[in-house]
Ligand binder design. Structure first.
Ligand code: ZN
Length: 155
C-alpha cells in the first residue's frame, strides 16, 4: 500500500529501531506472489498478515499461552518473540514487552485517525500487529500481536 506520509514518519520509525519507514513494501529476503500467499494461508491469516487486518480480540489461543518457547513468523518461520517477554495485557491479543534481535521492522500507521506503530516480520514482510507505549518495564512497550501471524514452538 502506498503511503506518501510515511516519509514524514521516518524519524519516528527510526526511534523504534526500524530499518525503513516503508519497510512493508520490501524488498524482503522471503518473497512470494499474492497467489502463493493465498495458497499457503487461510482467509483469516491472509487478511491479517498480508492486508494488515486485525483478528478479533480473545480469538487466539496464543493469548493465554504462557508455556516456554519461541513464537515464529507464520509466513517464513523466522523466530520473532520469546516466551520470557510475553505478558497478559488484558487486551485479548498476545502481548510482548520486547522482541528478539533483528526480527521485525516498523512503520508509522496513521490510519483510523490514530498514530500507531505497525510492526511486521523483517524477513517476509508479514504484518504482526502494533506497538504501543503502555507496556511494562523495562521497555515500556506493548507489542500487541495477532495470534494468527504466529506459530508457537515449545522449548
Ligand atoms: Zn516472516
Amino acid at each position: 500500500m502506498n503511503r506518501p506520509l510515511s516519509v514524514l514518519a521516518a524519524p519516528f520509525a527510526a526511534a523504534f529501531g526500524s530499518k525503513s519507514a516503508t519497510a512493508a513494501e520490501g524488498p524482503f529476503e522471503v518473497t512470494r506472489t499474492d497467489a502463493e500467499w493465498r495458497a499457503m494461508l487461510t482467509n483469516a491469516q491472509y487478511r491479517v498478515m498480508r492486508q494488515e487486518g486485525t483478528e478479533r480480540a480473545g480469538s487466539s489461543p496464543l493469548d493465554k499461552n504462557y508455556a516456554a518457547g519461541v513464537y515464529h513468523c507464520r509466513g517464513c518461520d523466522q523466530a520473532l518473540y520469546a516466551s520470557e517477554h510475553k505478558y497478559d495485557s488484558g487486551t485479548g491479543w498476545p502481548s510482548f514487552f520486547d522482541v528478539l534481535p533483528s526480527a521485525i521492522e516498523t512503520k508509522e500507521d496513521n490510519s483510523l485517525f490514530s498514530m500507531r506503530t505497525e510492526c511486521h516480520c523483517d524477513r517476509c514482510g508479514s504484518h504482526l500487529g502494533h506497538i504501543f507505549w503502555d507496556g511494562p518495564a523495562p521497555t515500556g512497550k506493548r507489542h500487541c500481536l495477532n495470534g494468527v501471524s504466529l506459530v508457537f514452538r515449545a522449548a
